[in-house]
Design a protein around this ligand. Structure first.
Ligand SMILES: Nc1ncnc2c1ncn2[C@@H]1O[C@H](COP(=O)(O)OP(=O)(O)OP(=O)(O)O)[C@@H](O)[C@H]1O
Length: 246
């Protein structure tokens, strides 16, 4: 555990009528504590999870298109709306880690290809030995988790890592994360919609579905409840869903 909390610098906020303070969970945000090496952000689409995660990545000095501190490249919209309004509290401070955003991973892969073109000794060592563009989306994510994560102390900020992963690969990812967390040198903060990932034992889950970010249990998440009802009685669930359709 390295990142202990994040706090809104209220005195810096002069305009609460514009983005990102128009997002209900962000408007009510004051402080978030991290007390477990694995923290999840959950909430409806547009509830502010990525905005908060990106602000953390910004304050970590990570490339906002994806990557760590040493990955310097430009992508569109790589600015954090909230980054300058928060303070991170560390004990101890770590500088290594990775910000993964599923939506711009393509650009990160291209950035590595550019490095390989510029430096013949670059062998994609930390990425499975070949260009991420030559691996499927899911394979490239797994390569990253297996090869790039771990080593020294690091913080990993992942925005919807499940986007590319089959259910079996999501389990593989849980196993990798379990191993890294057990080693005591890794902290994960993950925005997700995956009921599988959310099942990580003991993880803390923060919901963005109300006017403040608040902690809820795994069983209280909509992801758990909807998936459970769907699987328990699929026919009945779908019958109810499609009733009165016309
Ligand atoms: N630059 C911007 N200007 C204005 N509004 C924005 C901007 N960027 C994002 N938003 C809005 O902020 C809200 C929160 O977006 P965010 O990406 O944080 O949501 P999210 O919880 O991560 O959603 P999802 O689960 O769909 O990824 C959304 O309504 C989005 O439209």
């Amino acid at each position: 555990m390295f990142l202990r909390s994040m706090t809104l610098l209220k005195e810096k906020v002069t305009d609460r009528q514009s983005h990102p303070f128009t997002i209900p969970a962000i408007r009510g945000f004051e402080r978030l504590d991290f007390k477990h090496p694995v923290t999840f952000f959950v909430g409806e689409n547009g509830s502010g999870k990525s905005t908060l995660l990106e602000a953390i990545a910004d304050q970590c000095g990570f490339n906002l298109g994806g990557g760590g501190r040493n990955n310097v490249y430009d992508v569109d919209a790589s600015q954090s709306a909230l980054g300058n309004f928060i303070r991170l509290s560390w004990l101890p401070r770590v500088t290594q880690g990775f910000f993964l955003r599923a939506e711009s991973f393509y650009h990160f892969a291209s950035h590595l290809d550019q490095l390989a073109r510029e430096d013949p000794t670059f062998r994609y060592q930390a990425y499975g030995g070949k260009s991420l563009h030559q691996q499927s989306h899911g394979e490239s994510f797994l390569s990253l988790f297996i090869n790039r994560f771990g080593g020294g102390k690091g913080i990993y900020l992942l925005d919807e890592p499940e986007a590319a992963l089959s259910p079996a690969r999501q389990l593989a990812f849980l196993r990798i994360m379990h191993g890294l967390v057990k080693g005591g040198k890794s902290q994960f903060i993950i925005a997700t919609h995956s009921p599988i990932l959310l099942g990580f034992p003991g993880a803390h889950i923060y919901s963005f579905d109300s006017s403040a970010v608040e902690r809820i249990s795994y069983e209280e998440t909509e992801h758990y409840q909807i998936t459970k009802s769907f699987l328990n009685r699929t026919d009945k669930f779908l019958e109810d869903l499609f009733r009165d359709e016309e």
